[in-house]
Ligand binder design. Sequence first.
Ligand SMILES: *[C@@H]1O[C@H](CO)[C@@H](O)[C@H](O)[C@H]1NC(C)=O
Length: 347
Amino acid sequence: MWSYVWLPLVALSLFKDSIIMAKAATILLPSQTGFDISRSPVCSAPDPNLNYRPVIGILSHPGDGASGRLSNATDASSIAASYVKLAESGGARVIPLIFNEPEEILFQKLELVNGVILTGGWAKEGLYFEIVKKIFNKVLERNDAGEHFPIYAICLGFELLTMIISQNRDIFEKMDARNSASSLQFVENVNIQGTIFQRFPPELLKKLGTDCLVMQNHRFGISPQSFEGNIALSNFFKIVTTCVDDNGKVYVSTVQSTKYPVTGFQWHPEKNAFEWGSSKIPHSEDAIQVTQHAANHLVSEARKSLNRPESKKVLSNLIYNYKPTYCGYAGIGYDEVYIFTQQRSLL
Ligand SMILES: *[C@@H]1O[C@H](CO)[C@@H](O)[C@H](O)[C@H]1NC(C)=O
């Protein structure tokens, strides 16, 4: 009979000891650590050389982004929400730069931002081309004047900058890389410092070369030979990666300016995490990390822009003043787009 009493008692006392030991090892009262509870925690001072409230401008592209399923208005332009989410996931807010709004308003809005995304699309002529050229020149001017001001030029954006810098609109050739995922081949001995890859974990960098972690969707490309053969282009950009199209042709896939924070992508860093319209878009954890690192790099560059415009003006132009439209139900194209008409421009 006594053993029934004794056993639980021993168990209880062992249990009590272990609680006291655990407490002593891990949880201490503030008074036991010498921490002065009346003082607020010490947060490191913000770096005065960084702008912690960066805003990214994204240039809208002609059309509704949904092949007329949402709007056939001739003055409609759009931004796929995936580009907005890319900037937001890096810790920035977005101001849409509506390509066909009055130019002085567009360029006032450019004064409100700390970096620009030139998106994918199809428009290579007319007003859109001219506006891209003017924005690009303005951005170079701002960098030359001492402001650090990045551009991400993605797919069409990369093609347009390449045409503008080379002063050759026919420098691209037909390539077959529609709707497919690919790896990225790093140029031999390329220095990735100052490129979007600089803070990729080594494991992920290795996988970029072997796994299909980036999304391609283009019918044109530029060979490394054509790229290096144009003096203006090879002076402006260094080639960081290449890819191979469906017919084995090699094309330039990532470039970084050596003088300016200007990055060109023939691939789509924004799609992995935010677009679902094609079954070819990679959504693995590694692929999502590629999107996240691309976002981090863009915004870390934008934080170096000390342009701090009047906050009211920023607020009244943010993308939050617009509503995206879901168009992914069709199972093709973008999942969400922001559609703009000139009449709705703010400021
Ligand atoms: C745009 O035009 C196409 C072709 O005429 C038509 O099928 C479509 O419904 C139109 N879209 C809208 C939103 O009205």
